[in-house]
Design a protein around this ligand. Structure first.
Ligand code: HEM
Length: 170
């Protein structure tokens, strides 16, 4: 992601790439429109992401003191887990809502990065989350998750992760 202020791009041109985030206006719309569907059911869809993440990387559940010992099949009924999933989706809402305001997006991602880095989260963990999110979106969106949408989401997640990593010193 470029530095703030590099957003010299015309919103009237759907195929011009915003150099800040690396997405065209059309790609941003695809991401925002598909996220609009997912965010309507924040706890259910947040849980789908987190449960898929823990299924693929069981060791990651141990990082969450509030529900580290809850069996996978009991997680969805656990209110602390639900609360965390809601927090994650809310954070993702804020990210997706700010993809047209690079400085705001960068500030937000820096904060997320700082809090996670301080707790010991690694770059690898974030990179591993990317495919999990893409898989859940594919499942949830069905035919709406076209090839073009998939590319737009992949680029968005890359940019988000890049922004988060700006606060990682190692
Ligand atoms: C874009 C990706 C992510 C988003 C938007 C996100 C969002 C959040 C939010 C909103 C919180 C609560 C506020 C805070 O303490 O920061 C949180 C906490 C946390 N996240 Fe993430 N997160 C992401 C990726 C990850 C990854 C990859 C891991 C590593 C497995 C992780 C592990 C944690 C842990 C351990 C906590 C603390 C939970 C607790 O004990 O309260 N997160 N995350």
């Amino acid at each position: 992601m470029g530095s703030s202020g590099s957003l010299f791009w015309s919103s009237s041109n759907d195929s011009a790439v915003d150099p800040g985030i690396g997405l065209t206006a059309r790609q941003k719309k695809l991401v925002q429109n598909t996220w609009a569907i997912v965010r309507k059911d924040p706890i259910v869809n947040g849980m789908a992401i987190m449960i898929a993440f823990f299924k693929k990387y069981p060791e990651y559940q141990k990082l969450f003191s509030a529900f580290k010992d809850v069996a996978l099949e009991e997680l969805s009924a656990n209110k602390k887990f639900q609360a965390h999933c809601l927090n994650v989706v809310t954070a993702l809402n804020n990210i997706i809502d700010s993809i047209n305001d690079l400085a705001l997006l960068e500030a937000n991602l820096l904060g997320i990065g700082e809090r996670h880095h301080r707790r010991g989260q690694t770059k690898e963990q974030f990179l591993n989350l990317k495919d999990v999110i893409l898989d859940v979106l594919r499942q949830k969106l069905g035919a709406k998750f076209t090839c073009e949408t998939s590319v737009a989401w992949s680029k968005t997640i890359d940019a988000v992760i890049d922004g988060i990593f700006q606060s990682f010193t190692t």
